[in-house]
Design a protein around this ligand. Structure first.
Ligand code: NAP
Length: 325
């Protein structure tokens, strides 16, 4: 029996590769990075499945180069790297990896909240640079997290997990989302408010909506100017949700108190990015889901989704449900 050909365009964990062995004939990208586009397209000529992630742009050009493609399994919950309508038009299944990365990403968002508010990265650098000569009442004073107000934009899986953590810190939870979330309202006492009110009232504004045409540039100069001067913007969702020039000005000129960022418009972020020069901007290299449990879970789920389609079974995490007849 000939096995379906698959290209694994990201070096996923062994727990995922193990599931593929014996079920598909696959080639795997050995190290981190994006293969040159022409090489990638050449490798896709005969494949029925692609297991990829954020760095691989999946569009009409890629589909044209892969005429046998039946499934693109994304090793991520976000799928803004994929032209889903184009895939749907061609009957190609798109899958993602929700849930398994929710706790890890919510923990990371909360780490950014604490690190930004209490200036933890700055404090660590201060100590190691030898500048700590004397303790003083105003040394590295930051913002209080406990009892403050958090505004969550996008009350989905991660937004709710962040809200749950915030309640543990006695925070008041406001949220704005595409649809109401009755569960968060009843179990976490989260209050749905219009975006303008959320921005005006929150001490922390945390982004958890997907990158789509309606959320691109959601936070620009107008929104940043409407926030409290003591507020902190947290972005663990996607870089293009925020206008980086406006954020730079807001943090440099004190419209807001600071920002905590795990994601950027361009990744890896170039070292000449102005935001990296600001001490009140805490930055991480897109490590939201980087826990052992989450990453192994993503490897398993992405492999299972891929296999399901190739074996004629409806995948658990089908994004474009309309392709499955
Ligand atoms: P999710 O469960 O689908 O939640 C997304 C939420 O955003 C949903 O409640 C959705 O509303 C809402 N939403 C959609 N469009 C909106 C809009 N225009 N305005 C306001 N809210 C809107 O997804 P998730 O698992 O929580 O993940 C959220 C995002 O986090 C992902 O898309 C990804 O980009 C990012 N992420 C980043 C990392 C990282 O490593 N930093 C890791 C994981 C995820 P509906 O309920 O109406 O759909």
């Amino acid at each position: 029996m000939t096995l379906p050909k698959v290209y694994v365009g990201i070096p996923i964990q062994e727990v995922g590769l193990k599931l593929l062995r014996g079920n598909v004939d696959f080639k795997v990208l050995e190290k981190n990075g994006v293969p040159p586009r022409d090489e990638l397209l050449r490798d896709l000529r005969d494949v029925e499945g692609l297991l990829g992630s954020i760095p691989i742009r999946v569009d009409a050009e890629l589909f044209d180069a892969a005429p046998k493609l039946r499934v693109v399994s994304n090793y991520a919950v976000g799928y803004d790297n994929i032209d889903v309508p184009e895939a749907t038009k061609r009957g190609i299944c798109i899958t993602n990896t929700p849930d398994v990365l929710t706790p890890a990403t919510a923990d990371l968002a909360f780490s950014l909240i604490l690190a930004s508010a209490r200036r933890l990265i700055e404090a660590n650098a201060f100590l190691r640079s030898g500048d700590w000569k004397v303790w003083g009442p105003e040394l590295l004073v930051g913002q209080e997290v406990a009892g403050s107000t958090i505004g969550i934009i996008g009350m989905g899986n991660i937004g709710q997990a962040v809200a749950k953590r915030a309640r543990g810190f006695d925070m008041k939870v406001l949220y704005f989302s595409r649809s109401r979330c009755p569960e968060a309202e009843s179990t976490l006492d989260a209050k749905y408010v219009p975006l303008v009110e959320l921005l005006r009232e929150s001490d922390f504004v945390s982004l958890h909506c997907p990158l789509t045409e309606s959320t691109r540039g959601l936070i620009g100069a107008k929104e940043l100017r409407s926030m409290k001067k003591t507020a902190i913007l947290i972005n663990t969702a996607r870089g293009p949700l925020v206008d980086p020039q406006a954020l730079y000005t807001a943090c440099a000129e004190g419209w807001i108190w600071g920002a905590g960022l795990d994601v950027f418009v361009k990744e890896p972020v170039p070292l000449d990015e102005p935001l990296l020069k600001l001490v009140n901007v805490t930055t991480f290299p897109h490590i939201g889901s980087a826990s052992r449990i989450a990453r192994d879970g993503m490897a398993i789920r992405s492999a299972e989704n891929l296999l399901s389609v190739l074996q004629g079974k409806k995948p658990r995490d089908l994004v474009n449900k309309e392709v499955w007849k």
